[in-house]
Ligand binder design. Structure first.
Ligand code: PXP
Length: 238
């Protein structure tokens, strides 16, 4: 299993006072030095954390890979085509939400996602769809030629009982297996942390996890090096 770090919340802290520090680009470069497999940022339409300066600097400076999370809207598609991340992860985006709240409904918006995937793939950008561990949504993703799915792990992360956590992990296991059979790459993320990753790393069909909040938060207490390396050690046990 690989681990990409989402640095959005470094930018959230920076933007809280309109200052230049802490800089998400610096954090990303440090995380690369400590061994992460990739950098993830979400360029939102409202630019609440990551901005275009961050995205373009990351594109220039990072040496692993850049995964751009974004909504399927024209303005951001054009930016993606210009910046050329290795991967775009399409996510739903609502102005009122605190963070991404759930997966895409690919089935009901098939033309929109098909068209967006085609536009990005024309520019040699691989495309991942952030979806729930739902076999029908996975079939739809494969049908419109997505390269990857990212399984939404929010329900697993927020489970309020051991039973719910176990059931959801099983659902994710089946979803990942199904996606692999259809030839899709399988990423996963949202709400994963140092505790719930202990079980999650058993999932053999998940290629990569995308984790942000837990690692950025821990960096404040123990420093970037320790926080990043602790998660790398955990993921590498898989
Ligand atoms: N994957 C996606 C699609 C996300 O939207 C987010 C949150 O920005 C993450 C992964 C990372 O979630 P967290 O910050 O809870 O680790």
């Amino acid at each position: 299993m690989k681990f990409s770090i989402n640095v959005d919340h470094v930018a959230t802290l920076r933007n809280a006072r309109g200052e230049v520090q802490p800089d998400p680009v610096t954090y990303a470069l440090m995380a690369e030095q400590f061994g992460v497999d990739g950098i993830v940022v979400h360029l939102r339409e409202d630019r609440r954390h990551i901005n275009e300066r961050d995205l373009r600097l990351l594109r220039e400076l990072i040496t692993t890979k850049l995964d751009l999370e974004m909504a399927a809207v024209n303005e951001i598609i054009e930016i993606a085509k210009d910046v050329q991340p290795e991967l775009v992860t399409l996510v739903p985006e609502k102005r009122q939400e605190l963070t991404t709240e759930g997966g895409l409904n690919v089935i009901d918006n098939i033309e929109l996602y098909k068209n967006t995937i085609e536009r990005l793939q024309e520019s040699d950008i691989a495309v991942s769809l952030f979806i729930e561990p739902d076999l029908n949504q996975i079939d739809a993703a494969a049908e419109i030629n997505a390269d990857f799915i990212e399984i939404h792990t929010g329900v697993y992360a927020n489970a309020s009982s051991e039973e719910e956590s176990f059931d959801e992990l099983e659902r994710i296991r089946q979803a990942a297996k199904h996606a692999k059979k259809l030839g899709l790459g399988v990423n996963a993320g949202h709400g994963l942390n140092y505790l719930n990753m202990k079980e999650f790393i058993q999932l053999k069909d998940v290629d990569e996890v995308s984790i942000g909040q837990a690692v950025i938060a821990r960096s404040i207490f123990v420093g970037v090096e320790q926080a990043v390396k602790e998660m790398i050690d955990l993921v590498k046990r898989a």
